[in-house]
Design a protein around this ligand. Structure first.
Ligand code: FAD
Length: 691
């Protein structure tokens, strides 16, 4: 049952500006029909701005409630603005709420300072600092230089910071410490600093995880969480409160190794804490509401004056009822298909990435035409990465920034995953969270060692790569030993040797497993010549050797087409057509396994040079989907150091701001990128003149 939690929230202000009947008349006059209303983001007949009858209004409209949006909303409210958040999902938090919570800020932020001085945390929960003071001694100038250092090269020879936008990065470096403090002021607690994080700079350690301590009560202000709300991987249960995924350690991921005994870590700590204070302060939320278009004074140009948004409820496949948010105070429950919302000061776009939009994502990487590619729809629904914020900005003249950033970026590269048999590797949750009703399996985690017992085949049943080195697409940070990122004593900023051929040779670690998986094969057909799904094939001996648990909730029950079992390989080859992306049997599977077994007998794989092999011959046999998935988006709306959106002619668009994965310019990963840009965007959005 969906739980409701009430905090004290002031009376909602500025409710509906027009009645439903007025709206319907306005909608009919504008030619809005049921069909288009159910297709958010599609081009539609649009009333002229002067003729729009606004349904709601606010000083600042925030689109999206993830890392960027939730921070922008609370920050704008703190600065005196009346704020309305539009969120297409049924609950707030976006990807922020299911991430691991490792948050890289810096510039001498309060947590770096605490650890540098060897201080205890105010609650007295933490152990001693993990790093020596020199590693956390930082300032904004060092952070700025670090995040624009041309010489940093990662483990697949990509220059991590060389292509960062300097104006954007300056604004980011100057606001990182303030954003950490803002989160702390909103009850977010952090573990000890352990290292830095992708894009967080090489010379200093800047990352700590957001934590709550296990206790008898879930209390945001006290920073405590019950075991029921934390969830438990061991007990195979999740909660609506904490959707943190298995990628990050799963429900109830412990933070003991980060100097925080008996604490649970995760991005949900940030989203729930800021949501709590935002609701309490009077920020309004309209959930199930997808921003479709940005409206300017002159139609598609001039000052931004509002947005058009449509109703996007998510219905439980189990109960047939609409999914509901954890907290409801401050929610405006509006079910009109289309509404218009006026922005008295500004619109902030925090709608996240674009990986769900095939035309858009293939403009960065043609391999991403593959329809079975996963990007995390379970938790946030099919519209969450539809590039809608970016496209809406482009329609009113916005330029794009950071176009080089997605190129083989570690977090935006498509990767074969080592958790099998799930349809949503980035959202996998345990039973107890509504997303499980859509995803239906947690997946089978095989680690890197499991590949020894598996062959990976394409949609026609042929191997394509040495399975062992599939894991080599680690896509990790630049490596300058000794120490992990942020503790690299031998790293010399701005030194050519960091990018020398000798250094690249010594650290290069990139396998083309994903490229091989995405290659055209006999099953590839026009118009997109898709490579099709990729399958892990193994036998009962592999299961026995590894102790893999082939049961619910690790596999779906009833079956969902991502896992098959058969007594013969011929039968297994036929069964896989039960997967919605698999359009043919694994035609060559029997031949492939026979050939592989001959390699295992001979101790030599003459096709792919796999180092350790086991015969596949003990029935029953298994086929489990190997997810091909992508984590982040890089590149998006071009923004300046104030996070104001810049048009295609290089001029700021009045009243339009953006941040996080909807924006482009920097290669910083995740929470640091999203929350700092949300903080900056709000600071400048509230300074826009009222109209
Ligand atoms: C499994 C996983 C683990 C991660 N771990 C970490 C980590 O440990 N540390 C870290 O720093 N980063 C991590 N990240 C990355 C981080 O979560 C994201 O980069 C960050 O949340 C992006 O913030 P955002 O605001 O741009 O987008 P999101 O947080 O995704 O928020 C976007 C929001 O906008 C909503 N939305 C989309 N379109 C519309 C629309 N048109 N109208 C209204 N609402 C809309 C979405 O539903 C969503 O709620 C992880 C990501 C994943 C997937």
């Amino acid at each position: 049952m969906v739980k409701k939690r009430e905090t004290n929230v002031a009376e909602l202000r500025d409710q509906t500006a027009v009645s439903r009947r007025d709206f319907v008349k306005a909608g009919a006059a504008a030619g809005l029909g049921a069909a288009i209303l159910s297709a958010p983001g599609k081009a539609q007949a649009q009333p002229a701005p002067a003729d729009i009858r606004w349904d709601y209004e606010a000083d600042v409209i925030v689109c999206g409630s993830g890392g960027t949006g939730i921070v922008a909303a609370k920050r704008a409210h703190d600065l005196g603005a009346d704020v309305l958040v539009l969120e297409q999902n049924f609950d707030i938090g976006g990807k922020l709420s299911h991430n691991g919570g490792l948050s890289s800020f810096g510039g001498g932020d309060a947590i770096q300072e605490r650890d540098r001085r060897g201080l205890a945390d105010p609650d007295g929960w933490l152990t001693a600092p993990l790093l020596p003071p020199a590693d956390v001694t930082d300032d904004p100038e060092t952070l700025f230089i670090d995040t624009t250092d041309w010489s940093v090269v990662n483990d697949h020879a990509i220059a991590d910071y060389r292509y960062n936008d300097r104006g954007y990065q300056r604004g980011w470096a100057d606001n990182a410490a303030a954003t950490r403090q803002f989160l702390m002021d909103n009850h977010v607690r952090f573990s000890r600093i352990s290292r830095t994080h992708q894009g967080g700079g090489m010379t200093k350690a800047r990352a700590a995880s957001s934590i709550m301590k296990l206790g008898a009560k879930t209390d945001i202000e006290a920073g405590t969480i019950t075991s029921a709300d934390a969830g438990s991987k061991e007990e195979e249960r999740q909660s609506l409160f904490n959707p943190c995924t298995q990628i990050c350690g799963g429900p109830g991921a412990r933070a003991d190794s980060l100097g925080a005994p008996n604490c649970i870590r995760g991005g949900f700590v940030i989203s729930r804490s800021v949501e709590y204070t935002a609701r309490k302060a009077g920020v309004r939320f309209m959930l199930n509401r997808h921003m479709d278009e940005i409206i300017c004074e002159g139609g598609d140009s001039g000052r931004v004056i509002g947005v058009k948004a449509s109703y996007t409820p998510r219905i439980s496949p189990v109960t047939g009822k609409r999914l509901e948010s954890y907290w409801s105070n401050g929610n405006i429950d509006e079910t009109k298909q289309v509404i218009y919302v006026r922005a008295r000061r500004a619109v902030i776009v925090g709608t996240g990435g674009y990986m769900g939009n095939v035309p858009f994502r293939t403009s960065f990487d043609p391999r991403m035409s593959e329809p079975s590619m996963q990007y995390g729809t379970g938790l946030m629904g099919p519209l969450h990465e539809d590039a809608s914020g970016i496209l809406a900005g482009m329609k009113v003249g916005a330029g794009l920034g950071g176009l080089f950033q997605p190129y083989l970026h570690s977090s935006s590269a498509l990767r074969l995953q080592n958790v099998l048999a799930t349809s949503d590797i980035y959202d996998t949750v345990m039973p107890g969270h509504p997303a499980f009703e859509f995803i239906r399996s947690y997946g089978i985690a095989i680690g890197t060692s499991g590949w020894e017992y598996i062959i990976a085949v394409n949609q026609v049943g042929k191997r394509f790569h040495d399975e062992w080195s599939i894991g080599n697409q680690r896509g990790s940070e630049a490596q300058y030993p000794p120490g992990s990122s942020g503790t690299n004593k031998s790293f010399t900023p701005l030194d050519w040797r960091n990018a020398s051929v000798a250094h690249i040779r010594s650290t290069y670690n990139w396998g083309p497993g994903s490229d091989a998986a995405l290659a055209m094969n006999e099953g590839s057909r026009a118009p997109d010549y898709s490579s099709g799904p990729v399958w892990a094939i193994f036998d009962q001996a592999a299961v026995n050797a590894n102790g893999w648990q082939l049961r619910h909730p690790y596999i779906a029950n009833p079956p969902d087409g991502n896992f098959f079992k058969a007594d013969t390989l011929a039968e297994l080859a036929r069964l896989v057509v039960g997967n919605r992306f698999q359009h043919m049997p694994l035609k060559y599977l029997e031949q492939t396994v026979a050939r592989f077994n001959s390699f295992a007998d001979a101790g030599k794989d003459t096709d792919f040079e796999k180092a350790a092999m086991h015969r596949i011959d003990k029935a029953p046999f298994y086929a489990a989907l190997i997810p091909l998935a992508v984590n982040d988006s890089y590149g998006g709306l071009k923004i300046d150091g104030h996070c104001q959106v810049i048009d295609i002619y290089g001029k700021p668009i009045p009243g339009l701001f953006a941040g996080g994965e909807a924006s482009g310019g920097g290669r910083q990963h995740g929470i640091g990128r999203a929350t700092v840009t949300g903080y900056i965007a709000a600071t400048h959005a509230v300074a826009e003149p009222v109209r």
